[in-house]
Ligand binder design. Structure first.
Ligand SMILES: [Ca+2]
Length: 89
């Protein structure tokens, strides 16, 4: 059964594409972002996050994911990070 393309599906596919590209840029694991890949993705796609205003967002994110700052980030966690950022705006 073919799904009809929608704005949400298009957006999710775009996010997945960006994630996969970044996740495979520094190591062979295309399922997670290591810290260097995450940093590079933020610098290229979300540079406004590199301000003091958003420092708390990262703390909220890692607290919400119950993982330590510095651990790898999978796509689900990446989506949670994006949701956290939107809520911080
Ligand atoms: Ca990776």
């Amino acid at each position: 059964m073919a799904y009809q393309r929608s704005q949400v599906l298009e957006a999710l596919q775009d996010l997945l594409d960006v994630f996969k590209q970044a996740a495979g840029s520094k190591d062979q694991d295309t399922n997670t972002l290591n810290q260097e890949e995450l940093k590079q993705l933020i610098q290229s796609q979300l540079p406004f996050l590199i301000t003091a205003k958003f420092e708390g967002c990262f703390d909220d994110f890692f607290k919400c994911m119950e993982c330590e700052k510095g651990s790898n980030v999978d796509f689900r966690e990446f989506m949670c990070l994006l949701a956290t950022i939107v809520m911080c705006q």
